[in-house]
Ligand binder design. Structure first.
Ligand SMILES: Cc1cc2nc3c(=O)[nH]c(=O)nc-3n(C[C@H](O)[C@H](O)[C@H](O)COP(=O)(O)O)c2cc1C
Length: 451
């Protein structure tokens, strides 16, 4: 336990008296005292100074006003008359943000209370570094330098990955380090084929934007790493996996994030390529059949790390505001109602330009005739997986409005500039969702029309 002691004492209190009082207050507790807190004016008391030294603790001094504000459980009128605060020892513990675990203990000349502090975090400058590496990690696809990666550095980066949390400590990942050009060429061919397939699936205007994007650096980097997952690692009874097997893949993905952050700290750029049918890559890499590909990473030194994601800089996509992602207690309860928020945003929205999407509210995958169509399926039964179908079984019309707003907002983040909304179902929820789409569209500056 990280303990704190609050001390009140008269001038000239003998050390033995204070020490005995502290010993008895700490009697049932295990842990170390890191902090001793007292009232301003008492910091020069020899008994207190000796106590602090004996404990190897930090001494903190608080003003009477800081102490007087605390809701101490054992206040005293006499203490208030003498010092100006109804509590010193308990108030001192509470004032440093600790939880009181031993209320006021008293001797002839001193009072002592004990509190428990949370385990300490990092110092502000250290925290700053953590947040900095998180913010400045980038997916890098261009600007790689022909500079080899030192083995010791690679080991440090892989150690970071290997320290990732994993379900039941199953550590389901492995790292296949690939430098061989012939292998990388084969993997590159697979990515090129998938790039072409994706381009062909896009509406014309979106395809033109996609043509300008670089989506991999397989041959531009000296090293690729295939991060794999063994779904059976650890045998039958891996703790925490039985009810949700996805946790194995989550664990491997977290290892990649650790690798990504550690690489950034070392000045190494990492680009994750997912333009693959995973089994095809597994074939090229000749993986055992039970090993699955999770992520394919291109790694190397780069000439710079961009301040913002490449997809943002190119105008392909935008970041989603944090406030949209936080719900309190129940789904949809955000700091501001999504509908009110959108209505307000609609008043100052800047017109957006971008791709046209025809949203078919109601209906199903059979209506996905053109590349710009997007079906919103409102049925209770989950449809077959298809990225062209958004399954939104709204429970109430109010929820349907919110879903509509959300769909429009999220489409706007993915480069959509025009919504054409088509009702394919006559129901209260379908109409409500279409209304939500309209509100969301105007909030984001999208044009909105009906066919
Ligand atoms: C699972 C996953 C797969 C990704 N696949 C690709 C990819 O195939 N090609 C690509 O250029 N970027 C890919 N990225 C990178 C994302 O586009 C990138 O993380 C996102 O745009 C945010 O940019 P940032 O990582 O620089 O912050 C992938 C990222 C993740 C997490």
């Amino acid at each position: 336990m990280n303990l704190v002691i609050g001390v009140g004492l008269r001038s000239g209190t003998p050390y033995a008296e204070l020490s005995d009082l502290v010993t008895s207050a700490l009697h049932d507790l295990t842990g170390n005292v890191h902090l001793v807190v007292t009232r301003k004016g008492r910091e020069t008391e020899p008994a207190l100074q000796q106590l602090v030294e004996q404990l190897g603790a930090e001494l903190r001094i608080l003003s009477t006003d800081e102490l007087a504000d605390q809701p101490a459980p054992t206040p005293s009128i006499q203490v208030e008359d003498l010092t100006g605060t109804p509590s010193v020892a308990e108030a001192a513990v509470l004032a440093v943000g600790a939880q009181l675990v031993v209320t006021k203990q008293q001797s002839a000349n001193a009072t002592v209370a004990v509190g428990r502090l949370p385990a300490p975090g990092y110092q502000p400058a250290e925290r700053e570094i953590v947040h900095r590496v998180i913010a400045e990690r980038r997916d890098v696809r261009r600007g790689f330098l022909d500079v080899p990666i030192d083995d010791a550095l690679l080991t440090r980066v892989l150690e970071a990955a290997h320290r990732a949390p994993s379900v039941g400590l199953s550590q389901p990942w492995d790292f296949l380090v690939i430098r061989d050009l012939a292998t990388r060429r084969k993997v590159h061919d697979l990515a090129t084929a998938q790039r072409d397939a994706f381009a062909a699936s896009l509406p014309d205007d979106r395809r033109a934007a996609f043509d300008g994007l670089k989506i991999e650096a397989i041959l531009d980097t000296p090293m690729n790493i295939a991060v794999t997952c063994d779904p059976g690692r650890g045998g039958r009874h891996v703790l925490g996996r039985h009810a949700d097997p996805r946790t194995t893949w989550f664990s491997a993905a977290i290892a990649i994030q650790n690798l990504w952050l550690a690489a950034r700290a070392e000045g190494l750029g990492v680009g994750w390529v997912s333009f693959f049918e995973p089994a095809e890559v597994a074939g090229v890499l000749d993986l055992p059949a039970h090993i699955e590909l999770v992520g394919y990473l291109c790694i190397g030194y780069v000439d710079e790390f961009a301040a913002a994601p490449e997809l943002v800089r190119s105008g392909w996509a935008k970041r989603r505001p944090l406030a949209w992602a936080i719900h309190h207690e129940e789904w949809g309860r955000r700091d501001a109602s999504i509908v009110d928020d959108a209505l307000q945003a609609g008043q100052n929205a800047v017109p957006a330009s971008g791709q046209r999407v025809r949203v078919i509210v109601g209906g199903d995958a059979t209506q996905l005739d053109e590349a710009d169509a997007l079906v919103v399926d409102l049925h209770a039964d989950k449809p077959r997986a298809d990225f062209g179908v958004l399954w939104r079984p709204a429970r109430t019309p109010a929820e349907a409005v919110e879903f509509g707003v959300e769909i429009a907002r999220d489409l706007a983040l993915q480069g959509v500039g025009q919504l054409v909304v088509q009702l394919a179902e006559e129901s209260e929820c379908a109409e409500a969702l279409a209304r939500g789409l309209k509100v969301g569209a105007s909030a984001c500056g999208l044009t909105h029309s009906t066919p």
